[in-house]
Design a protein around this ligand. Sequence first.
Ligand code: ZN
Length: 65
Amino acid sequence: MYSPAELARLVNDETRALAQDLDTETDPDNPYQFLCEDGCGAKVVLTLAAYIAANGAWLDGHKPA
Ligand SMILES: [Zn+2]
């Protein structure tokens, strides 16, 4: 079984791969819905470029130190 945080990471990575296949990586008007990677289940809307730059998706204050 995956932990909620691991599952969020897997889902986000699939979203990233799909977005890159669709070649919308650099389009700022085309955000995707990611899952907060601390496993809280919240949705985080980011462009693909922002997701890659942050190396993940977290709500403000949710990213582990
Ligand atoms: Zn969170």
